[in-house]
Write a protein that binds this ligand. Structure first.
Ligand code: FAD
Length: 272
């Protein structure tokens, strides 16, 4: 339960963080809220030699209306999103889901950038930004680039970020279809989702149904062909490969996905 020794460096700007990351190379890791990285370090599943603390870079902490889209800085905490009036009115799916992450301590420390960069398929926000078709902005030694949410999650705990690249901003266009829903099935209120579902209009994304967050494409196709929530939800497990673990077997997760997608589609329809 004690991490391996490491060198701690604190960055006060994006430029400084990128410089430190370039100097540290493969031995360095960014530290944001620390609520995923530090537990891994204590278990020695992650052993970075250099930790670059980005947690106090104020320029990455904001939620603002940029006209064509809403921009969320990577260091914005789950709690800030859950309480944001702008998100509440423009992107209620994101505000609501952020309020369902863990417990109050986790929501005050954890950041959207950390959650997405960590790429845990059991996390809530990756599926939400997938359903919202967000664009992620990453900065690295050779400048900034945009990555579509659908291209970002590459595998279990694996994202499209290159070594030394910092996720700086999440851009989300205002949804054209108003209906939304977020369903999260847990044993206890503060737990990770055994299965989760994020719906925005005709987009449906699944939590913990494979090595990455997934779009439930078969459900989306059924809906666009006119199927109702129950019939469309029958396709929820198609194309998924859910894990079996101490909380639930594969078959149970597949069943849950069908039940939760039906609930989500019905709730989304009632809000449209
Ligand atoms: P960190 O732990 O600091 O970093 C995580 C990883 O991302 C590291 O590899 C780090 O190098 C990298 N990283 C961080 N920021 C950036 C960046 N801007 N650019 C590039 N790389 C970056 N999550 C849920 O979704 N749902 C839950 O129900 C839930 N429950 C939790 C319960 C507990 C008890 C705990 C401890 C955590 C829980 N979490 C849950 C995870 C929580 O949301 C984390 O805060 C989040 O996953 C990681 O965010 P962080 O800011 O803490 O990142």
């Amino acid at each position: 339960m004690i991490p391996a020794p490491f060198t701690y460096k604190r960055a006060s700007s994006v430029d400084e963080a990128l410089q430190l990351a370039a100097q540290g190379g493969d031995d360095a890791k960014f530290l944001a809220g620390g609520h995923s990285l530090l537990p891994l370090m204590k278990l020695r599943l992650a052993v970075p030699e250099i930790l670059i603390d980005i947690g106090r870079i104020g320029e990455l902490r904001y939620i603002r209306d940029d006209g064509s889209h809403i921009a969320v800085g990577a260091l914005t905490s789950h709690d800030e999103m859950a309480r944001s009036g702008l998100l509440g009115s423009e992107l209620p799916l994101l505000a609501h889901a952020a309020g369902q992450v863990g417990d109050p301590q986790v929501r005050h420390r954890g950041t959207i950038g950390g959650s997405l960069a960590h790429a845990d398929p059991a996390a809530d926000l990756p599926a939400v930004i997938l359903a919202l078709d967000a664009t992620l902005v990453a900065s690295g030694p050779s400048g900034s680039r945009e990555i579509a949410a659908g291209e970002f999650f590459r595998g279990l705990f694996e994202s499209a970020l290159r070594p030394g690249e910092l996720l700086t901003e999440i851009r989300i266009r205002r949804p054209q279809a108003a209906g939304w829903s977020f369903q999260k099935f847990t044993k206890r209120a503060i737990d990770w989702a055994i299965v989760g579902v994020a719906v925005q209009g005709g987009s449906v994304a699944l939590v913990n149904m494979g090595p990455t967050p997934l779009r439930a494409s078969a459900v989306e196709r059924a809906m666009s062909s006119g199927a109702g929530p129950r019939d469309a939800a029958a396709h929820a497990a198609e194309g998924s490969s859910p894990p079996g673990d101490i909380n639930a077997g594969r078959g149970y997760r597949e069943h849950l996905a069908r039940v939760l997608v039906a609930r989500a589609l019905e709730e989304s329809r009632s809000r449209a």
